[in-house]
Design a protein around this ligand. Structure first.
Ligand code: F7E
Length: 347
């Protein structure tokens, strides 16, 4: 919207409000919301997609819609295939059917989950795919459908192979936000510990803001192409936990193996918490703050992801502004504020 676009979004019907993460846009004092429209819709509903695209006649479509939780896709594989795989096909077909192939550019949110059981380190646009979940397989269908429509119908359709990208608005069931939420609730005494799955998995985490810029840049090219968007650095879930707690002045020591591994508070630098206005944290040395729950293990795991974004740097002139430390700082600061307010309202 800051770029002057009229933005149309699609939201699913829910019996609860589900727009909290964008509601602030409506409250913008510059009335930027006048350029923002939400439609009811669903990627599993062809006629709905066709009607919205017909009404809006968009110049650019960013298909970020998906059942995006990898673990949940094992429980709902058919829905994941329908929304994430065929949903992409529905958008492409709608654009074609409505005669918009030369007007509408399409960005497809492809994913590092395509690499799954990685065949090469680091992963590039040329690395063979080997998805490891119904989510990954559905996204593979979408990836090749985009390539095929580009070649068959000369459409501007591009895949952004985005590695994990996070922010304070990340959903709370994804591991980064689950950890920053838990740690911040713990110092306020609102949560005792957090149960996690595989701490050994490694991810290449970037900031969503940087990655959205890359998506936009991809649609401004003269010719559509596919790009890996990543930071080129990887860290384990265990590392992410340590860094998150350390930002709050809390040093964690991991002990034990497998499902018996625990994260225990080794030291507390109270000056750091004082800076957040906390005199007496609800956490003590020796507390077990992290435990393993096998319910979070995946039937097939993606152990290691690390991308090489050299093509994006060269062709899109894309350079991420955030590193992992800056990302964690922003997520922790935001969640500390949320926890502070929750503490006040729960009293
Ligand atoms: O898991 C491990 C888990 O759920 C990251 C989606 O946006 O990025 C995301 O997919 C890792 C995995 O993200 C817990 O086993 C350990 O190895 O945060 P996540 P994801 O699966 O990498 C890609 C690029 C997408 O495209 C997806 O849409 O963390 N892990 N313990 C855990 N994960 C979760 N969720 N919860 C745990 O307790």
């Amino acid at each position: 919207m800051e770029k002057g676009y009229q933005v149309h979004g699609i939201k699913r019907k829910s019996s609860l409000f589900n727009t909290q993460r964008i509601d602030h846009i409506y409250q913008d004092p510059h009335e930027i919301h006048l350029n923002f429209h939400l439609h009811y819709g669903d990627l599993t509903d062809s006629s709905n997609i066709i009607r919205i695209i017909q009404e809006v006649q968009p110049d650019e479509i960013y298909n970020l819609g998906a059942m995006s939780h990898v673990k949940v896709s094992f429980d709902m594989p058919e829905y994941a295939a329908n929304a994430d795989g065929i949903g992409t096909l529905r958008i492409l077909e709608a654009v074609r059917l409505l005669g918009l192939t030369q007007k509408t550019k399409i960005y497809q949110a492809s994913t590092s989950e395509l690499f799954g059981l990685v065949q090469e380190i680091p992963q590039t646009e040329k690395t063979p795919f080997y998805p490891r979940s119904p989510y990954g397989v559905a996204k593979l269908f979408a990836y090749w459908t985009i390539v095929n429509y580009r070649e068959a119908y000369n459409m501007f359709a591009a895949n952004g192979i985005l590695f994990n990208h996070e922010s304070p608005r990340r959903g709370e069931t994804f591991v980064t936000r689950k950890i920053t939420r838990a740690a911040t609730l713990m110092v306020y005494g609102l949560q005792k510990k957090v149960f996690l799955g595989n701490l050994d998995a490694k991810r290449d985490w970037g900031h969503a803001k940087d990655y959205v810029e890359a998506m936009w840049k991809m649609l401004q090219l003269d010719n559509p192409d596919d790009f890996v968007i990543a930071t080129g650095h990887t860290h384990s879930i265990r590392d992410f936990c340590s860094k998150t707690f350390m930002k709050l002045g809390i040093e964690i020591e991991f002990s034990g193996n497998g499902i018996d591994e625990k994260g225990i508070v080794k030291s507390i630098d109270s000056k750091v918490l004082n800076n957040y206005g906390i005199d007496k944290p609800a956490i003590n040395i020796g507390d077990v703050v992290i435990e393993i729950d096998p319910a979070y293990f995946r039937p097939t795991e993606v152990d290691l992801l690390i991308g090489n974004p050299v093509k994006a740097k060269k062709i899109l002139n894309w350079v991420p502004k955030y590193n992992l430390e800056m990302l964690i700082n922003e997520m922790v600061d935001s969640d500390m504020e949320i926890a502070r307010i929750e503490k006040l309202t729960r009293k």
